[in-house]
Design a protein around this ligand. Structure first.
Ligand code: ZN
Length: 139
């Protein structure tokens, strides 16, 4: 991964084979970033996507085999139990330009992944919502 600061914003380039979620989580930990907006584009391989099943109060995950364009990667950095937590969603395009989308658990960078990470002025916390069991941001 290569990184450059542009004012308070970070420009990141993830390289082939880099795990997207793990790479961004360790970057946030290294830079002590407890809150940020994340956006990106690129390509990935074998993404694992989640869908929240409201009735079961849990995520259903599936891995898509193969290569995909990352048409949109968006989300945020917050703190969960004192550690950076990445919440990312993606819209992916397959070889037929069909879209797949969901909560991104992990994906391996294929050719490149270009990220703009904009830190917030203060850390963003999370707390468990008793209704759904998910950890929601606490603005
Ligand atoms: Zn999500």
């Amino acid at each position: 991964m290569k990184e450059r600061a542009d004012g308070s914003v970070w420009i990141l380039r993830l390289d082939p084979g880099d795990p997207i979620v793990r790479s961004l989580t360790s970057f946030a930990a290294r830079k002590k970033i407890g809150g940020a907006a994340v956006s990106g584009i690129g390509s990935c391989r074998n993404p694992e996507l989640g869908f929240f099943e409201m009735g079961e109060k849990s995520y259903r995950f599936r891995t898509l085999a193969g290569d995909f364009e990352i048409a949109s990667l968006t989300g945020n950095v917050s703190l969960s139990e004192g550690k950076p937590f990445l919440h990312l969603h993606v819209v992916l395009g397959d070889a037929e330009s069909q879209a797949w989308a969901g909560h991104l658990r992990e994906a391996e960078v294929l050719a490149a992944c270009e990220i703009v990470l904009t830190p917030l002025a203060a850390p963003l916390g999370r707390a468990v919502d008793p209704e759904t069991g998910i950890k929601r941001i606490e603005p």
